[in-house]
Design a protein around this ligand. Structure first.
Ligand code: DOR
Length: 434
């Protein structure tokens, strides 16, 4: 017998290609049944059943953000597993994947177990991504097999590139053996050394050392070749240049198992904004030019770029309230990702809502083999209800994240998650919604 029933006119299930009216019956942590019809009169269910009538709002499987930096263990002042998951829930995400550049690094079974046990009672599910190299130092492989046994879903040295191609090759061979993908943070660190922003006109005017786009392109090309050579699925994190979008497009045309993600900041912000000297714009890879943004958007439109991920990277005010050159890379993104995507991709007509939701649900689930199947009996009861037309202003006082390092504070956005349901529980409800 269902304990929660959600009904609506606009149910979109990218896993099963469904878009239409629907009613989802939830029992415990799972979906009991899905009926493709809207029940306008929920009166008959009223005994001990919680009812949510979504009306014309979008009912989607729970959103997934496959690129999130939680700072626990190590920098719990910036973000904990619990606070990061609260931010996720407020942003409409029911699942996030955490990156391994914590302190200690996620390079052993113990750290994976620690995170998974802490996440058990959090407001979102946490899937753990392990390191390729021990300590993300790029010297020796991490304990990949042990971490797979403890439940990791992919490996990456995100935050740094694996500069030794032989080590990357070995990492890929291991990943293939264990059936997990490798995620590439593509940055030739010899070319990028000392750089803070995109190399180009703005960097020159401001007198700041730049990171050239070729630093990304060259490693994307190398890793595509290594993936082809080893037969390991490769995912390109936070793609940001016209050149690397082209490389991924070509690799897909060749039939290689290459996927890619783009962040909201890389499809919305140009390096023109750097003249504001807002250190929250310092991010790696850097925000680039209009030409790169256009290429990333075209990649999102034509399917070259499979998913949207935030690269949520919390930093403390002490670290960010410094001179431009001293500021660490990173901005928070969990609570603005959906709003920026709806405003800049859907409301502009670039992507249909169905395509956007696929890039935020079924595609990341497929890349990482996460246990989701959309609205089917027995599937996890993780659901996001979205008001496409809700206009709101990004307010730093409302962030659930422990950090405030967002360049989007004050932005007016259109579209927001109004209910987030994880494991059958309402973990977030927009305050003005009844
Ligand atoms: O901007 C970034 N911040 N890029 C990364 O790759 C790492 C991240 C962080 O951990 O702060």
């Amino acid at each position: 017998m269902a304990e929660l029933i959600i009904t609506g006119n606009r149910v979109i299930d990218p896993y099963n290609g469904y878009s239409g009216p629907g009613t989802i019956h939830i029992s415990g942590e799972s979906i009991e049944r899905f009926d493709p019809e809207f029940i306008s009169d929920l009166g008959e269910f009223e005994n001990n059943v919680r009812l949510i009538n979504a009306g014309d709002k979008i009912v989607s499987p729970g959103l997934i953000d496959m690129h999130v930096h939680l700072r626990e263990p190590g920098r719990e002042d910036e973000e904990t597993i619990i606070s990061g998951c609260e931010a996720a829930a407020a942003g409409g995400f029911t699942a996030i994947c955490c990156m391994p550049n914590t302190r200690p690094v996620i390079d052993s079974q113990e750290v994976v177990r620690f995170i998974r046990s802490r996440a058990q009672y959090a407001a979102a599910r946490v899937f753990v991504i392990g390191a390729i190299s021990r300590g993300i130092a790029g010297q020796q492989l991490a304990e990949i097999g042990d971490m797979v046994d403890a439940g990791i879903v992919a490996i990456t040295d995100d935050g740094k590139s694996v500069m030794d191609a032989q080590l990357m090759r070995n990492g890929m061979e291991y990943a293939k053996m264990f059936g997990i993908p490798v995620i590439s943070h593509a940055e030739d660190m010899n070319l990028s050394r000392g750089g803070k922003v995109n190399e180009g006109y703005q960097a020159t005017v401001l007198g700041i050392k730049g990171i050239p786009s070729v630093a990304e392109d060259i490693i994307v090309a190398r890793d595509i070749y290594l993936s082809k050579f080893t037969g390991t699925p490769l995912h390109i994190a936070h793609i940001s240049t016209e050149g690397s979008v082209k490389l991924v497009r070509q690799a897909k045309e060749e039939g290689l198992r290459i996927t890619a993600e783009a962040t909201p900041h890389h499809f919305t912000l140009t390096d023109d904004l750097l003249k504001t000297f807002n250190t929250n714009l310092i991010v790696n890879p850097p925000i680039r030019t209009q030409r790169d943004i256009d290429a990333v958007k075209e990649g999102l439109r034509d399917g070259t770029i499979d998913c949207i991920a935030s690269d949520h990277a919390p930093h403390s005010p002490e670290e960010k309230d410094v001179e431009f050159m001293e500021a660490p890379f990173g901005m928070i993104g969990l609570e603005t990702s959906l709003g920026l995507s709806l405003t800049n991709l859907v409301h502009t007509g670039l992507l249909p809502i169905e395509t956007l939701l696929k890039k935020m649900t079924a595609q990341p689930a497929k890349i990482l083999s996460l246990p989701y199947q959309g609205f089917k009996s027995g599937a996890p009861a993780d659901i996001t209800i979205i008001d496409l037309n809700l206009e709101w202003k990004v307010d730093k006082a409302e962030f659930k994240s422990k950090s405030r390092n967002s360049p989007f504070i004050g932005y007016e956005l259109k579209g927001k998650a109004v209910y987030t349901i994880c494991k059958g529980e309402v973990v977030y409800a927009e305050s003005h919604i009844t």
